[in-house]
Design a protein around this ligand. Structure first.
Ligand code: GLA
Length: 408
């Protein structure tokens, strides 16, 4: 039995045990890694990511009342709320992510939920490791609701899971809104987009300003995507994330104050302008902007490299991205740098970088598929020698995006 089949069986049986009935629908959604474009998304920039074969699943069935009852298998915990009264819990409470999706769907123009539901959720996405376990939970819940026929559009028709790319994008934005406005985390669209648009052996590309997007083949056989967890805590990351957003903003404000009204984000500024005004720009803001603008360029070159079948070049761009995050965006850490250095010396390495917000959590590496085992061994021992900590290593592959399955 594949890991995914096992997860499906566990999710279904957990539902049955908890609610004493069979679930009729299941939503499942992958985690993601960011491959290129670090901290570009909220700067109107370009990003490349991949959905990976680590999943969150939500199995359940509609009920005839407005009550929503959820059992979280990983947490051995339950929550219950009414569609008509959705209260946010404490910061960091897992039910916020489920409630947020229900809240955001009903808050969006058009769709609404037709009734409450019972649902069990579980997953094998490492938590707090920078792999967007939260976006995969949101997307799994969203696709369960779609699959169960619980979401009704403005025209009175029930939405299903067979979504056009345009509707899929609109849904990704609703899920992002649940995280921004309900959970209270100011993340960009990258996470939800990747979880919804992923495809096996493909990277996904997104222009965060125009929402132009593409699925770009990683090759056949595709490389392994090896995620190495430094096992350092990400508690610091939230405050630093918002601080970096503000530092990027100083450069936008600078150009606006000089009459450049059309400048609304770093996307409207050229690297040459940053260099020209270097001495007058905020000393931190200008480095952050240089990182973001060179990242956008690396993404463009990365798409071209993959389309030309040049994985080596793509790997080099990933390593250059890490150097830029480390030196200009300053969101790496000694532990993440040690992980990336350990990877550089390991067999099959094509490229590697920190992933997601930074400061702690994981590195992501592109590795020749037949070398993934020796690569993992080599990084494990080199990082342990350098830091005294044994890293968790996850050998992953690019996976299909969020989807729904009928169970009954
Ligand atoms: C976090 C956020 C994303 C993105 C990355 C950095 O993962 O959730 O939206 O900003 O950081 O690229």
């Amino acid at each position: 039995m594949s890991t995914l089949d096992e997860l499906k069986a566990r999710c279904t049986s957990s539902f049955e045990q908890r609610f004493g009935a069979s679930p009729s629908a299941l939503g499942l959604a992958p985690a993601r890694v960011e491959l290129l474009g670090n901290h570009t998304d909220y700067n109107g920039g370009l990003v490349m990511a991949a959905a990976i074969d680590r999943f969150t699943l939500a199995a359940g069935r509609p009920v005839s009342t407005s009550s929503c009852r959820i059992h979280a298998v990983n947490y051995a915990d339950d929550t219950e709320f009414s569609l008509r009264s959705i209260q946010r819990g404490e910061d960091g409470d897992w039910p916020n992510y489920v409630k947020g999706v229900v809240w955001a769907i009903q808050d969006a123009e058009g769709p609404e939920l037709v009734s409450g539901f019972e649902m069990a959720v579980l997953g094998d996405v490492p938590l707090g490791a920078g792999l967007s376990s939260s976006a995969s939970l949101e997307a799994a819940v969203g696709f369960f609701l779609l699959q169960a026929g619980l979401i009704q559009g403005r025209d009175g028709k029930r939405l299903g899971t067979d979504l056009s790319d345009a509707t899929r994008m609109a849904f990704a934005k609703i899920l992002r809104r649940s995280e921004n406005a309900f959970v209270g985390v100011a993340s960009g669209l990258l996470d939800q987009f990747s979880s919804l648009f992923g495809r096996a052996d493909h990277a996904v590309y997104l222009d965060c300003r125009t929402l132009d997007h593409a699925r770009v083949p990683l090759g056949d056989p595709g490389p392994a995507i090896v995620v190495c967890d430094s096992k350092t805590s990400r508690r610091l990351a939230d405050g630093m994330y918002n601080r970096r957003r503000a530092e990027c903003e100083t450069v936008v404000t600078y150009f606006q104050s000089r009459g450049a009204e059309s400048v609304t984000s770093l996307r409207d500024i050229e690297l040459s302008q940053v260099e020209e005004h270097w001495d007058r720009l905020d000393p931190l803001g200008r480095k952050r902007a240089r990182h973001v603008l060179t990242e956008n360029d690396r993404v463009t070159r990365g798409v071209a490299a993959l389309r030309a079948g040049d994985l080596e070049e793509f790997g080099r761009l990933m390593s250059a991205s890490h150097a830029s995050s480390r030196d200009d965006f300053e969101n790496s850490s000694p532990a993440l740098n040690a992980l990336v250095e350990a990877a550089e010396a390991a067999p099959g390495f094509l490229g590697g970088k920190l992933s997601g917000a930074g400061w702690a959590g994981c590195s992501v590496n592109l590795v020749r598929s037949d070398q993934a085992g020796p690569f993992a061994e080599s990084v494990r021992s080199a990082y342990s020698r350098a830091t005294g900590v044994t890293p968790d290593i996850h050998v992953c592959h690019a996976a299909d995006g969020a989807r729904g399955l009928a169970l009954a």
